[in-house]
Each structure stands twice: as C-alpha cells, then as structure tokens.
Design a protein around this ligand. Sequence first.
Ligand code: KG4
Ligand code: ZN
Length: 329
Amino acid sequence: MKILGIETSCDETAAAVVEDGVSILSNQIASQVEIHARYGGIVPEVASRQHILAIIPILKQAMTEARVIWSDLDGVAVTIGPGLAGSLLVGVNVAKAIALAHGLPIIGVNHLEGHIYANWLVEHSHGLAPLFPSVCLIVSGGHSDLVLMKGHGDYMVLGRTRDDAAGEAFDKAARILDLGYPGGPAIERSARAGTASIQLPRAWLKGTSDFSFSGVKTALLRLVEEGRVSIKADAAASFQEAVVDVLVTKTVAVAREHRVKQILLAGGVAANELLHQRLVKNSPIPVLVPQPVLCTDNAAMIAACAYYRCQAGKIDGLDLDVVPNLKLS
Ligand code: KG4
Ligand code: ZN
C-alpha cells in the first residue's frame, strides 16, 4: 500500500511516498530555515506564502523520486495539526485537491503522532521494530510530551511541559548566546567544543512527569547579562547537559514505572546526539530513535502514521479541516 504524505505544519514543505508504513520510496523536504533565520525565528505569514511556492515542486520531486504515478497511490495523508493555521491550510487544501482529482482516500494526521511513527520507518532504526507498550518522548519546537503508547493510535499523555518546549528552550538559549537559528543544532555544535562546567538549575517537578525549561533558560540569560560567561561553548554544553539530564531522568523513571518494553524518541530534539547517547546509557530497556532527518519535520512520518490509521479504518472525508491546537489523545 503506497501512501503520499504531505507535511506543511511549520517551516518545512515536505512530501514523501511510503510503502506499507515502513519503506520510504521518497522523502523530499524544502526547508525555509534560511528565510526565517534573518528574523531569528519563524514568521507565520512568510511561512504560509513559502509553502504555496514550494508545495507543487516538492510533490513532483517526491513522485519522481518514488517512480510512481497517481494511479500507483492508495491514499494521500496530510498533517492537520498542531501547527500554524496558515501553513497547515496549504497542505490540507493540496491534499484535498489530489484526493478529489484522483479519487484517493484522504487521511488527516496529527503531527505529534507522525513524529512517533518515524520510529516505524524500520530500515532507518537499526533493525529494531517498535514494541508495545512503549514510552514515547516527543521533544520538538512546540512540545515536550511523555506518552504511554499501548497500541497503534492508543496514547496516554503522562507528562508535558508547563512552559517552554525543549526545542523552544534550545532556540532561546542559542539566541541568548548569539549562536544562530535553529538553536538546537547550533547549541549542539558549539557544545562539542566545550565542557559542561557551569551548574545550571533543573526543574524536577517531583511527583509529576511534567517538564519546565523556562528556569534554566532564565538562569543562562542572567549569567550572560552579568558577564559571567567567558567561554560560549561551555555555556552551550552546560545548557544542553541541564536539558538532557531532566529529559533522560524523567523518561527512564516513567519507563520503569509503567514497565514498558521500549522507549521511542521523537521530534526535532531527538536528533540531539547527547540525548540519544545518555538515554541509551541510562535506560534498562531498548531505546529507538529515528535517523536525524526523520526526527525533524518530514512527510515520510506522516505517510507511515497514515498507513496504521488506514488499517484501523480511520479514513477522512473531503470536509477535513486544519486543527491548529490539535492534541494527542
Ligand atoms: O520536530 P521539529 O522539526 O519541528 C516541530 O515540530 O517543532 O523540531 C524543531 C525543534 C527546534 O526547536 C530545533 O531547535 C530542535 O527541534 N532541534 C534540536 C536539534 N535539531 C533540531 N534540538 C537539539 N539538538 C538538535 N540536534
Ligand atoms: Zn515537528
């Protein structure tokens, strides 16, 4: 079963063709990073206009790379939320047009669920297939969620961030340290040349599985404002260490408590090498992480997720609409 996936929730215009939820036939991504970098963050209006310009060429590239024509496809999947309303609209309307023109079923996908399903793209996951029950740590620019997954489409949110998401914290810290945008890769790069020698606070929020990253960001800002950061790389390494420490400790605790079989990492921050390494080192159970290009926004994960929704009979109609604040439930 071949599904065309479309993803336009934020600042990547992406299209992909995935077979049976696991094999990537094509995975095309047009990033807007350079356009938004000069503003130090995403400008929603610019993002939607850019999606309009990029979506058709990206779709054509995805179809060509996969060597498929419309009649080879069994469905079209698209992200309906969470994300920027104007950006989501571009993908959803294009998907509807394709579904109508070619008589294909349309499947609306939750972006966060899509991130989790990047772990099913098996040839990129070191041969390990996901098992249930598992704990998913979804860490992206807008979310830091700990989710218990008991089966396909069966989620229980155990914890979430109370303020900044992990990726958002990385982006803000990079801005404070003047390291550029997007912040996660910039902090990671800088941290390689430094040591985590500065003690930064951790919000443990004992008794809950929630996160909070605004305190560590403010502590870093104070140090910079007071002129107490002499080596930027040390500050980057210390910040990364503080965020990873909390993410890993809480994820392992939840995994033990719920006696799960695996931990699945998902979302842009899952591309962070220290997070992956530390989790593998501290976890008593196997940890799966998609390869970096499948951690950040892409359409292969949307098509993979849609395959399992189809198997469960969850097909949508042409009245499908965007849901910018969609939750995982
Ligand atoms: O999942 P994603 O591509 O988009 C959203 O759904 O938000 O995640 C983007 C976030 C950004 O905040 C970015 O700074 C962060 O993921 N990120 C990283 C790394 N690569 C991307 N954070 C830490 N280390 C990385 N290597
Ligand atoms: Zn994302």
